[in-house]
Design a protein around this ligand. Structure first.
Ligand code: DAH
Length: 346
């Protein structure tokens, strides 16, 4: 594009060089650049006779820049989709790309190997499995679990929320209302509700060897006539004894969860040192493992189950924690780090 006026020709050259250097997303800013603005301002300062010719050329330059910017926009809109998971830059020639691992070299993630064992163990005790979800809402996260609006107990479950108000669940208890409703017809047929719920959960954590923002929990829900804390303790004790392959002592101590009454923290004798004290149990001989209790009457009612006729127990705890203890894994971050040297040991 040629310009008769030398100022405009010079500005055009400069602006085109600038446009070339701008990243794609910022190219439209050239139309608001100070160089272009000052050319428009200059029009007003010129003697009236010179204004039309100068003004026409500045407009021509602006239109030209606009065409260039729109051209880039259209070109990017036409770009072929790229495979973000490809382990090489898309411009690398095929014969120079790194060899992709064959699927035969893969292995099942240690947490999933252990989860299979855990679910098999619980299945033989009469529990079927329902997977939890990775996106949920306020009602299932709090309301259906007897957390009053604005109750401080909600603060213990600080997690991530989308701008639409959807929640990355902070615990698998979000599934309680769903499984209670799904299986409540069992009760009228004289059968209990017995469900194990594994799932991925998310918390706004300061990440360290014991805390991850993403981890796995296992929830258990059992409802029938005449269910007591004794059933809860016996179920968890036999489950954990089978998982660790040895006799264990257990203790419960009072705790608070809005969705259970009474609520407990479940503690077991350290499977490594048999209460002698070791690094795994912080030399206390005991390990606080999970939360549990008798399902709060309001939670049963909310699912349409009459708490005067039926009662139940529930528990929830980290699967990562169970597995870390079983194999003496010192850092929870190994599970999500994707390091083959760790994963291949299983
Ligand atoms: N959801 C609780 C947590 O993540 C754990 C829990 C406690 C689950 C008691 C239960 C329960 O089902 O009854 O901290």
């Amino acid at each position: 594009m040629n310009y008769k006026n030398s100022d405009i020709a010079q500005a055009a050259k400069l602006l085109k060089q600038k446009l070339d250097k701008l990243p794609i997303a910022q190219k439209p800013t050239i139309l608001r650049s100070k160089e272009l603005k000052s050319l428009f301002e200059k029009v007003k300062l010129l003697p009236p006779a010179e204004r039309p010719a100068f003004g026409a050329e500045v407009n021509k330059l602006r239109q030209h820049l606009e065409t260039l910017v729109n051209g880039v926009k259209q070109a990017t809109e036409r770009l072929e989709p790229i495979d973000l998971t490809a382990p090489f830059d898309i411009n690398v020639e095929p014969n120079k790309r790194p060899a992709v691992l064959s699927a035969d070299d893969g292995s099942i993630h240690p947490l999933m190997i252990e989860l299979d064992l855990i679910l098999d163990n619980l299945y033989r005790m009469g529990f079927n499995a329902v997977e939890s979800r990775q996106i949920d809402d306020d009602y299932h996260m709090f309301g259906s679990l007897n957390f009053p609006e604005d109750h401080p107990a909600r603060d213990d479950y600080d997690t991530f929320m989308t701008s639409e108000g959807l929640i990355a669940p902070a615990h698998t208890s979000t599934m309680q209302n769903r499984v209670l409703k799904l299986y409540k017809s069992n009760l009228s047929h004289g059968q209990p509700i017995a469900v194990a719920i594994p799932g991925r959960v998310f918390r706004n954590e300061d990440v360290d060897v014991r805390h991850e923002h993403t981890f796995y929990q296992l929830e258990g829900v059992y409802v029938d006539k005449g269910v007591t804390v004794g059933h809860l303790i016996a179920t968890l004790k036999s489950f954990l004894q089978e998982y660790y392959g040895k006799d264990l002592e257990v203790k419960i101590q009072p705790f608070y969860f809005p969705f259970t009454e009474p609520s407990f923290e479940f503690t077991l004798s350290c499977p490594f040192c048999d209460k002698a004290g070791c690094a795994i149990c912080s030399y206390s001989g005991w390990i606080e493992l999970l939360g549990c209790g008798l399902i709060h009457p309001n939670v049963l009612k909310e699912a349409g189950i009459d708490p005067k006729i039926y009662s139940g127990f529930a528990w929830g705890g980290g699967i990562d924690r169970l597995v870390m203890m079983k194999y003496d894994i010192e850092d929870i971050r190994h599970f999500e780090a994707g390091r083959l040297s760790f994963l291949r040991q299983f």
